[in-house]
Design a protein around this ligand. Sequence first.
Ligand SMILES: [Zn+2]
Length: 122
Amino acid sequence: MYGRYGGDKLNLALLVLGLVLTFCGGLFFRPLVLLADLVYLYALFRMFSRNIPARQREYYGFLKLWGPVEKWARFQKQKVAQRGVYRYFRCPRCRQQLRAPRGRGKIEVTCQKCRHVFQRKV
Ligand SMILES: [Zn+2]
């Protein structure tokens, strides 16, 4: 693999997409399996490519799309993990996501983004 690009998150995403297409193709629509094969070939091409700058450009383009999705998923995971400790809610004026410790009753909240003050039961 010396001098080759190797693997990255985009290749992993391509392999997962290929698996999903193979599964869906086997169940519903046979030509999807051919599309899955093309996705696998593209992932292999990327792994063994010597044109590392071009593969990195593809990867950064992918991260521009995938980054916000990953950030959202990480936040949802954090919300679930802390659901017993914090209550999450949005500012009624600017929609900023806020959190406050649970079990404090009715509290006065000041939004850190827009300084709007409102009451909230937590
Ligand atoms: Zn606000």
